[in-house]
Design a binder for this molecule. Sequence first.
Ligand SMILES: [Zn+2]
Length: 501
Amino acid sequence: MRLSPLVLLLAPGLVALSAACSQSTEPTPEQPIIIIEDPVPDTSNPDSDAGDNDADEVITETGSVDGEACESDANCRSGFCAPDPDWPGGYCTTLNCETRVDCEGDGENNACLHPGRGSNFCVRLCTSNDECRDGYVCQGHSQTEGYCAPNPAPPFEGTGEDFPFDVTCTPAPEGRADLAFDVSDDLHSYTVVPFVSSGRRLYPSSVTSDLDGTSFNLRQENGFQATGSQLFGFINPTIFPAVPDDIGKIREGAHTYRLSTDDAEVCHYLLERPTRGTEIDLNIYLVGLSYLGLNANTAANHDDMQEILATVESIYNQADVSLGQVRFFSVSEEAEEAYSVVRSESDVARLAMLTEAPGTDADSMLSANLILVQKFSFTDSAGTLGISMGIPGAPALHGSGISGVALTGEYIGRGGSRFDGNAFTANIVAHELGHFLGLFHTTETTMRHFDPLDDTPRCTDQDFPEGCPDWGNLMFPVANPGNFGVTPDQAHAIGVNPLVK
Ligand SMILES: [Zn+2]
């Protein structure tokens, strides 16, 4: 099972928001089942260029061997180049191999991968990330051996030198770390953001008060708070108290955040809220919407944009939250050309990398990035309308592949008597922002997974979608301008997010 960030789907004949990610309370060891044929490296001859006795068939004399970079098929001896950007820098490989003998290589440590689903193909073996090219990680096959695979994590730029919050890094000997942090007295809420700078994985376990042992188990009852690490691997923004039941479990003083990791070090920062906030600041990036007369200079006076924002604000008013400062931004011409039409999750990650903190002070950093593009046209998930890069997203991080939400602007200003494109767009904005603030779907479209809140109805055996008792809620997974309701527990989840100031 692959977990991916939430997407909104528009089903034919039905205006639908759906989620590719089901919120699971189980930990997700999601390693695909793979078999590497003949994985034992041939170490018999370090000068094995001369001893390439596997290559007894006629092959192209020129071109790169499997596992090397390529720009086109002609660059590869195999005649096949798995293309960038899914394979960063390109990746020469032999398709439909059976054993490593079929893989092109001059003594390189290549093998034939049997992915279980799809065609077999040749890969470069490795024992550590250092042996893989930029953009690749050594994906574990066993404890000591793996193969160089595209790094599935969105690009992560870390917190940077100007980050206004203290960042503490803790060694993780033998893959375990206890992060220590201190919680001030009488807080409304606090957020701990553990992350691994290299982009390797972390696995949250628990957060425990040193004072009296009060603990949150991030693998069981509070397992929903490990969603960040399930989505992206390297980061897990964790907010307390995430649900109303946890309000009485907030303690002051020393705490320990226990986790395990694939790296030697884990860093973290802490954000505290002394009181419940009432405003959220937005940074809205406009990509490819000039045809509507909508760009960073016109947005503040653009009727459709202002109507959309007024509707978003009225939805959040139900949670006693107003829009604070709303800033508008453009991107470069090149970026506009490349990403006006968003085709994949990696496009969203690349757009999110273009975001910039609107200032270096703490208040400026605590703002949410919304990226409105001309159109979504996902090749692998038709009808996707938007993606939130996290539940919740990482607060105060800008310029990384996870820094915000992206959604389609194709319905702006459209409509007639039966369809209001601005209200529909506002619904998508408010829904995606809800994910970024920490809200899950009330019911996933599988009808087997639900949010962790007590007061949101669940759809189990009713007629999906309109027959569901949670139809009408903002976080119902089917888009409809009439689905804007926010329950008190959802208002709680919004109000504890540090982006609500
Ligand atoms: Zn959603």
